[in-house]
Design a protein around this ligand. Structure first.
Ligand SMILES: [Zn+2]
Length: 299
């Protein structure tokens, strides 16, 4: 063997040793990390799902992100007792930039913390002209009921079932196409700017069946002036789904229903330009894009 061959062999050996070292360091770091983020980058309207895996002799003393304390829930169906899940919803108003998740925990070595970072990317939401068909519907855009109803819904979203009721993926409540996407800013006929759209509108004929996106408990089944006939389902762990403008409601408050249960029919009650379903999802009292959950799942 010539000297060049020997050198190659040597450098190959050094390379292998270095690779081995990297693997060992990588493993040590992975073992130390108790906090996993579902996304390194995400857009407003999406949800960052946190997975917390701590040793059995360690307890969580705090979890924060976006200047809020984040609630965490024991992972159901897991053998390991010290596994938790938590959700950080990125609201429509969240500015692009780097944000942190801070986990504090206490174990044998006293209180320690772990920090992870993620990036919120800028997103341009479309602007949409809204033509309301009748003067009664036009009046609703100025109705004081809008504020009252927002309070009613806000109060529901802030009290929730701790245990997870949902089971696997969320499904679309009906197969129709999207007529107005999440985040669209609304401009009325008279030029006034309405609320940014905090759900999606699905096209369907009057009377079309609306199915529950997942299993849950009915927290609201009521006729509201602006939102129309409304159903709110509590899926547990701070996750709610919202169905507006129904012509008919088939469920009652307090009822526990399965995924795909027919909870009502499409209509145009309340502030609606025509028959459609307004479908929304609230996570920790922040309205997020429900399609992230029905099309790809939150992870
Ligand atoms: Zn809508």
């Amino acid at each position: 063997m010539n000297s060049a061959g020997l050198n190659m062999q040597k450098s190959g050996l050094i390379g292998a040793v270095l690779m081995g070292l990297c693997l060992i360091t990588g493993m040590a770091e992975a073992e130390k990390s108790f906090l996993q983020l579902s996304h390194a980058r995400l857009y407003p309207g999406m949800v960052q799902v946190l997975t917390l895996r701590l040793p059995t002799d360690t307890e969580i003393t705090g979890l924060w992100s976006l200047e809020r304390s984040v609630p965490y829930y024991a992972e159901q169906g897991s053998e390991d007792k010290n596994r938790y899940v938590a959700y950080v919803p990125i609201g429509l108003g969240q500015k692009p930039g780097q944000y942190a998740v801070l986990l504090k925990y206490r174990g044998n070595q006293g209180e320690q913390n772990e920090k992870s970072f993620f990036e919120v990317l800028p997103k341009k939401f479309p602007s949409q002209r809204v033509s309301l068909p009748t003067s009664e519907k036009k009046e609703l855009t100025r109705s004081p009921s809008l504020e009252t109803e927002a309070d009613v819904l806000g109060a529901i979203f802030s009290q929730h079932e701790v245990l997870r009721c949902f089971d696997g993926n969320f499904v679309r409540p009906l197969p129709g196409a999207i007529s107005s996407e999440y985040g669209a800013s609304r401009v009325y006929d008279d030029g006034r700017i309405g609320w940014q759209h905090r759900g999606v509108d699905l096209v369907a004929e009057e009377g079309a069946p609306v199915q529950a996106t997942n299993a849950g408990i009915v927290r609201l089944a009521k006729a509201l002036k602006v939102h129309g006939n409304t159903v709110v389902l509590d899926h547990g762990q701070g996750i709610f789904s919202i169905y507006n403008h129904l012509s008919k409601i088939n469920v009652t408050q307090g009822e526990r229903i399965e995924k795909k249960f027919i909870l009502g029919q499409v209509g145009m009650t309340g502030l609606a330009t025509g028959p459609h379903l307004h479908f929304g999802l609230s996570v920790n009292n922040v309205r997020v894009d429900p399609l992230q959950w029905t099309e790809t799942g939150p992870l």
